[in-house]
Ligand binder design. Sequence first.
Ligand SMILES: *[C@@H]1O[C@H](CO)[C@@H](O)[C@H](O)[C@H]1NC(C)=O
Ligand SMILES: *[C@@H]1O[C@H](CO)[C@@H](O)[C@H](O)[C@H]1NC(C)=O
Length: 391
Amino acid sequence: MFSLRKAIAVVIALCIAIAGGQVIRLDCNRDFQTQVRNAPEGAELVGSMDCTFTLSQEVQIGKPLRIRNFRAQLRPGLGNTAAMIISSRGVQLFDFELIGNKDTVSFEDRESLLRVNAGGFSIINGTFVNSSRDGITVVPVGSTRTPITGGSIRNIYGYGVERDVVAVNSRHGLLTSRIYINGVEGYDSAQKGAVEVADGCQWIFVQNVYCERCFYAVSIQDHIRRERAGDAESQIQANHHIRFYNIRGRDLRYGVISETSPIGHSDITYTRLEFSDCRQAVYLRYMNDVSMRFLQVEQPKTGSPIVLAEECNRVRLSNAVFRNSRHRGIAIATNDCTELYVGSVVLESDTQFWAGLRVEVPPSLTGVPVTTAYNRFEAARNGVIIRRFRG
Ligand SMILES: *[C@@H]1O[C@H](CO)[C@@H](O)[C@H](O)[C@H]1NC(C)=O
Ligand SMILES: *[C@@H]1O[C@H](CO)[C@@H](O)[C@H](O)[C@H]1NC(C)=O
């Protein structure tokens, strides 16, 4: 039976949908910024993918709007200019493509295609091509200068983006936190990669990333110089509570990289990683409470250890498989790490490593350097090698 309750619910839903915003057609033959400025708060602007805006200045979005179905291109030679800047909470960008001009601007004039300076955003189904800097940069600067809390980035594609497809940064002690990134594909970013988390972020969730022909797939960073690492104010750039899940890549310099100083990055987890044809699959440095589970590495190019951790405390590495490799070096190496656990690591019979695990013990350590369990290192000439260097 058709209930009154249901009818009321439908009417309420309709009212919310209508009150949620007026729908306005975006006309790509008119100025994008003017149309954004004229739209009332909460409106939905809908363009067409058959028509491309050519931008001679950035489009500032300073109020909560939903903008969908559009394609915009930066005018060739136009430097120091983003395509779009989000400077209000609650902006939604869906189904769009932004095209940069990296071949026609100089290195000093590079700029990201989309700058996000406020939280509560939702950026879904976006493609970024030939950006002179990042695809998306989330960073609390610009007119707002407030911390960025909450935001979701989904289904993003980057082609030939000069730096990161998605970069999430804190700045000047303004914290960026609770950003959910799900689904990023990056191709041909020779300087950087798919996702970077930098300079003091917290609770950043990064999942379902694929990267090809990049410097790395994912990175944790700070910009503190080594000699300033001991200063109290340097810790502001330490990243905490970062979760990476299902990160894959091929033909990379690094799968996972840390571009960090010893300022106390902590609680960082990597779960489900799959890399092939990388020069070094994993490089961890200066991290506390770091865990990596379910790593698969194939056909690594020869060179450094496949997995390297340096000066990390409380490291857990488990469920890793190395296969199909002519690498004659070390599968996993750690330098000066404490409270190290390595378990359930398998070197398949089509590998021929010199060692499964090499642990270089920090000079200060007197206790047990490493706990190992359930590893299968038979394919290597040596299983575990422990080197103590005492001055
Ligand atoms: C994103 O794209 C998918 C697949 O094309 C589509 O199903 C979904 O509705 C899109 N999401 C938004 C918010 O536009
Ligand atoms: C991106 O740049 C490459 C060369 O660097 C060019 O071949 C390609 O057409 C560009 N793509 C777009 C959409 O402009």
